[in-house]
Write a protein that binds this ligand. Structure first.
Ligand SMILES: *[C@@H]1O[C@H](CO)[C@@H](O)[C@H](O)[C@H]1NC(C)=O
Ligand SMILES: *[C@@H]1O[C@H](CO)[C@@H](O)[C@H](O)[C@H]1NC(C)=O
Ligand SMILES: *[C@@H]1O[C@H](CO)[C@@H](O)[C@H](O)[C@H]1NC(C)=O
Length: 346
């Protein structure tokens, strides 16, 4: 349909919307997307994500005038054709394609240039080597056969960073990291796509496995095992120990420990055979005993206190006075100043 101007476009759109039964040039569900995987094979897909409404058949051709040929290698899902695997393809000519429903009606007619639909394989074997002055060299490999056609994005950060740093590299399989801190732990990823010299595409490869460099921090699995095993086990052991200590104090001490022997049995001799002579009973020699005897004598002095009532309170050094015996007979002890015998005994 040729577009002649605004009124014509509008009319055409109206006709498309209103006209019933007109063969649609592509329903929203039916759209074919072809991807050339790493330059090895092509998959054209119309229904692997969303179940197609028909059991479509797929026809494709590579030159403008060549005859369409049907797909020889369908990929099916729930018994319906959903994609086609193509191993013989032409990257540099446009590819035409038809989807036909079970009545043979063409429901999709598309063309695309496969050279823009190449998705390189995922980079692998990331290797880090030390250069001088805290510089690193990251190298990697690509499964794609024309590495000169690739552009790579290196994504890296240290364990102290929150954001990744990104660098783009064209036509090279190495990247020099300007400055790294060996006290940190770095993580690197690389992904690739066909560069602007070879294609117009945003089909990035999958990102590589991570590569690490620097001081190893405790691995997350070790941390979780500490959390899930060591901490509960530790708590359990502490609980057991506490229980044991409690048992020992409460019961085990009484039941298992032998009773403290009555000392009177052993001391009996001291009071019977030795008549209370401790040194003889203990077997200490006479000379030693002599040295313990005091070799000086002090006069016993009697302290007298003048009582307010005029009498005297005599504090004799005799033990009887202190041990709560009856106080020395006083002529008339005034009740106020007299020490309470009960208070003295306690
Ligand atoms: C769809 O078509 C394929 C052949 O293109 C056939 O093998 C398959 O059985 C068909 N599925 C249904 C549900 O008819
Ligand atoms: C990865 O690279 C290292 C060093 O460049 C090499 O020794 C090793 O064989 C490579 N591995 C693979 C799978 O290519
Ligand atoms: C590179 O440097 C890091 C950090 O200083 C060190 O742990 C590692 O062993 C070095 N590797 C080589 C191959 O020298």
């Amino acid at each position: 349909m040729r577009v002649l101007g605004h009124p014509g476009t509008l009319l055409g759109l109206l006709l498309l919307l209103v006209a019933p039964g007109e063969p649609t040039t592509g329903s929203p569900q039916a759209k074919v997307d072809c991807i050339c995987h790493n330059g090895d094979y092509v998959i054209c897909d119309w229904g692997s994500q969303q179940k197609p409404v028909h059991n479509y058949s797929f026809y494709f051709w590579f030159e403008e005038l060549s005859k369409p040929s049907e797909c020889k290698d369908y990929i099916q899902k729930d018994g319906l054709n959903v994609a086609c695997h193509i191993s013989n393809y032409d990257l540099f000519n446009s590819m035409g394609m038809h989807l036909k429903d079970s009545q043979g009606q063409t429901v999709v007619h598309q063309e695309l240039r496969l050279s823009n639909r190449v998705r390189p394989g995922r980079p692998f074997n990331l290797t880090l080597s030390n250069l001088s002055n805290h510089q690193l060299l990251l190298t990697w490999k690509t499964p794609y056969k024309i590495p000169e056609c690739l552009e790579h994005v290196i994504r890296y950060k240290s364990n102290k960073d929150t954001e990744f740093m990104e660098h783009s590299i064209v036509n090279s399989l190495k990247f020099q990291i300007p400055s790294v801190d060996p006290e940190k732990r770095y993580t690197f990823y690389v992904k690739s796509k066909r560069n602007n010299n070879c294609a117009t595409t945003d089909l990035w490869s999958e990102e590589s496995e991570p590569a690490f460099w620097g001081k190893e921090d405790m691995s997350p699995s070790l941390l979780t095992s500490i959390k899930t095993i060591v901490i509960p086990l530790g708590s359990f052991l502490i609980l057991i120990l506490l229980l044991l200590a409690l048992l020992r104090m409460e019961r085990v001490w009484v039941v298992l420990m032998p009773r403290i022997p009555n000392p009177s049995k052993k001391f009996e001799d001291l009071f019977t055979a030795y008549q209370g002579n401790f040194s003889e009973w203990a077997g200490v020699s006479k000379d030693v005993v002599e040295t313990f005897k005091p070799n000086y004598y002090e006069d016993i002095c009697a302290i007298t206190e003048l009582l307010p009532s005029g009498g005297y309170l005599s504090a004799s050094s005799e033990p009887t006075a202190k041990s709560g015996g009856p106080p020395d007979p006083l002529p008339d002890p005034p009740p106020k100043a007299s020490p309470d015998p009960a208070a003295l005994t306690t």
